[in-house]
Design a protein around this ligand. Sequence first.
Ligand code: URP
Ligand code: ZN
Ligand code: ZN
Length: 465
Amino acid sequence: MSVLIKNGRIVTAVDDYHADVFIEGEQVTLIGKDLKVEADEVIDATDRLVIPGGIDPHTHFDMPFGGTMSADNFETGTRAAAFGGTTTIIDFAIQTKGESTLKGLETWHEKARGKASIDYGFHMIVTDMPDERLGEMKQLVDEGITSYKLFMAYPGVLYVDDGTLYRAFRQAGENGTLICMHAENGIVIDEIIKLAKAKGQLAPKYHAATRPTRMEAEGVHRSIAIAEVAGVPLHIVHLSSADALEQVKIARDRGLPVHAETCPQYLLLDESYYDQDNFEGAKYVMTPALRHQSNQGPLWDGLRMNDLQFIATDHCPFCFKGQKDLGKDDFTKIPNGTGGVETRMSLIYNAGVAEGRISVNRFVQITSTNAAKLYGLFPRKGTVAVGSDADIVIFDPNRVETISINNSLMHHMNFDYNPFEGFKVQGYSETVLSRGKVVCSKGEYKGRVGAGKFLKRGLYDGFNL
Ligand code: URP
Ligand code: ZN
Ligand code: ZN
């Protein structure tokens, strides 16, 4: 099977030129002007960008949380991702406390097997790491798992203490792998929550009020210090505040291998969303919480100045009816998370490129290339080049759509609201190819459930990020 993409404007992290792309089988085999080749399928990309498929390196499909499961599984989540121009996701497998991480990995393989429309990898969430289990971390590398997420938040659930952090960090560093950090001081936050509840403050808005940005900044600072001593590169996930970003900047200015991502919700939504009537604020209960709007400018600056290397979604949605309402009378029982695996590319093109905050090359870097580099997938993923997987988005940079649960072009995710409801966005993923096969085109699903493959990732490769 061969595909010729004609007349497009190819944009990578560094290039921007008009040419044709020829795909044979699963890979790009030729790029050039006016290619004279026979192809089984020809796609006209006139007036379109031809960009590498998006990489969302932070999703939680089919994840148990707060007594329920995230609403998207690998079938619905990867299909929605493809509709939005994302062709690779990295999800978080979870180690059950006291059990083997390898068992957690097998559970996630079972969840994903035969379900995905696009390629996927896994990180491993480590919930305990006694000395006798440290050897598993090397076995995980052999299985293609080269990054581990640990939590300073959620005491009694996913939280680990500083000793566990240090042990896991040291081993990860020795193995040439990467630590992903949920950096928030969950122990202090739980004390603040106790005080709020004693005062009868139980509405969704108290989720944000009880999670000060200083406690995120403290977590970032502490995890960086522990990582420096342990000798491991560190990546701060879902960074939400200027306060926390400041700590990343200080570390990077010192030359430490510290990286960070933010998410569309922290760039485009703010804490005022919690002030809605009829429990609507619960839709925005996520961790870290939405922040004051004044944080958004510094986060965009961080993206421009490369203190933030990419944008992930932390896609972890729960339906408003039947899931979020578990916390109707107590915000601590609202399952934490929202969804955006489908809307990320359009939202960031619109707010980033169309509104003049970042260049189109930076758009590609922060939605695809840099995640591929940090997580050991580059150059197989994250660029349009001869020899790379033909994960390609034919992107219409002019088309305007409104994000809405009622717009069948923009919402295929399996939950009953959209946190970006009503947002008008310029930029639409018109045709999406995964390893040379069209998965979605003009709003129609053309892929195959189960066509997505598990990606064994390489070691940490973020030295120049
Ligand atoms: O609210 C969130 N972010 N839920 C998912 C779990 C996490 O901390 O990433
Ligand atoms: Zn987290
Ligand atoms: Zn997450």
